[in-house]
Design a protein around this ligand. Structure first.
Ligand code: NAD
Length: 423
């Protein structure tokens, strides 16, 4: 994935005629902190977990980015993701740079106590390198408000003072922002609505209820995207998680009901919830591969990276892809999607709602304020729509390629900031 991101940057830099020294600066992280976290497990034995924090670039402000607890995390992956964060915060105009962290672990194999110990151990490992004006971590895959709450508590114990602005994605009771939990999904839907206005004639569709959507991933991002899209009137007909997916042929899923059903059953299979009922005749089970190739209008990969590859790109039948996960499309797959005329909204724009509301949370924490959900959502919409319009305009000069336009805008801003601080 690091190579994929670097290739995209190199391509963008070539178009921008960037000096090699500046390109080198952007391709490599400022610093990677790599450490071990020893934990006493419930059975009395000690296990050691490998952890990382990549601080990529802070020309525009403190490093900012999530922490993932995942078996597949690696040094390369967090560097690649931190690079994307630098471009994302620059693209949407936030006063932040880019960072990312992770621990190699399958959190499902840990008890609650072990998970808390791991979260506190991670914080001890990075406490000297983070802070409200230095590096501000947040949740990502398999981490959530509860985990961030433990991390903040550990950080404040170490520093001996309150520092709520040191983390975002905190529980609301501990200074988190209303609206943060669903912000990434909400931002993606705001973008989809705006994009629809631009391309509805091309699609030959008049209203949201004529647009079918399939969402891969039913965690924070996928669930909230699907829920809010359905609330807005889009037809969400398929969703999936790591175990597989469900499809209703032509009815909108009741997403909160699907969520409740999945919680009870432990899987999505059988949760064919339409209207106020879940009925086994209302749909069927599908695999993740099938979901990606459904003949829907909009495909939303919202789980993990590299799910659309060079091999599978030819099978994609959606007209629009909203990249809600980071890097869900492998680099070599893009040209094939472009050839097919598929409109791709890139991750650094599509999923920027999370970091935008993290920024709003950071401001509230610094100013000891607590905004209403309405105010947070309004600000989110304003910021993300401005970014979308800038990218859309630029894409019109780049053969309609939204991804190329977004990368160019992000990179230009980072490079300009770098030039200003080194002159
Ligand atoms: P999450 O852990 O809450 O949910 C991940 C979901 O993906 C789960 O439903 C899981 O079952 C599913 N999944 C995992 N592996 C899969 C596979 N191989 N095939 C299909 N489904 C699979 O994570 P999240 O916070 O929703 O993050 C999802 C993606 O969005 C990640 O790429 C993350 O970096 C990105 N992202 C998250 C945020 C945020 O605010 N949480 C912000 C920006 C980007």
């Amino acid at each position: 994935m690091l190579k994929d991101v670097q290739q995209l940057i190199e391509k963008t830099a070539l178009n921008l005629k960037l000096e090699p020294e500046l390109l080198d600066l952007v391709l490599k992280p400022d610093r990677v902190i790599e450490f071990k976290i020893p934990i006493r497990m419930d059975n009395g034995k000690i296990r050691v977990f490998q952890a990382f924090r990549s601080q990529h670039n802070n020309a525009l402000g403190p490093y900012k980015g999530g922490i993932r607890f995942c078996q597949e995390v690696s040094r390369e992956e967090v560097i690649g993701l931190s690079l994307l964060m630098t471009l994302k915060t620059a693209l949407v105009g936030l006063p932040f740079g880019g960072g990312k962290g992770g621990v190699i672990v399958d959190p499902k194999g840990l008890s609650e106590k072990e998970l808390e110990e791991l979260s506190r151990g991670y914080t001890r490992g990075i406490a000297d390198f983070i802070g409200p004006d230095i590096d501000i971590p947040a949740p990502d895959i398999n981490t959530n408000a509860k985990i961030i709450g433990w991390m903040l508590d550990e950080y404040e114990k170490i520093k001996g003072k309150k520092a709520p602005a040191a983390f975002t994605g905190k529980p609301v009771e501990r200074g988190g922002s209303l609206g943060r939990e669903e912000a990434t999904g909400r931002g993606g839907v705001v973008i989809l609505k705006q994009l629809f206005k631009k391309v509805k004639d091309k699609l030959g569709k008049k209203s949201f209820d004529e647009i079918t959507i399939a969402v891969q991933g039913f965690g924070n991002v996928g669930y909230n995207f699907a829920k809010i899209a359905a609330q807005e009137g889009f037809k969400v007909i398929a969703v999936s998680d790591i175990k597989g997916g469900i499809l209703t042929e032509n009815s909108t899923l009741n997403i909160p009901l699907v969520y409740e059903c999945q919680k009870q059953k432990g899987m999505l299979a059988g949760c064919y919830c339409v209207g106020n009922v879940c009925d086994s005749k209302m749909g069927r089970q599908i695999s993740n591969e099938e979901l990606l190739c459904l003949p829907v209008d909009v495909l939303v990969p919202a789980a993990i990276e590299n799910v659309i590859t060079k091999e599978s790109a030819g099978e994609i039948r959606a007209k629009i892809i909203i990249e809600m996960a980071n890097c869900p499309i492998a680099c070599e797959a893009y040209p094939l999607l472009e050839e097919k005329g598929i409109v791709v909204v890139p991750d650094i724009l599509a999923n920027s709602g999370g970091v935008i509301v993290s920024y709003l949370e950071w401001m509230q924490s610094k100013q000891e304020q607590c905004w209403s959900a309405e105010r947070v959502n309004e600000e989110l919409e304003k910021i993300i729509l401005t970014a979308f319009e800038n990218v859309w305009q630029k894409s019109q000069e780049a053969n309609g390629n939204i991804k190329a336009a977004a990368f160019a805008l992000g990179l230009e801003r980072v490079v300009e900031a770098e030039k200003k601080r080194t002159s």
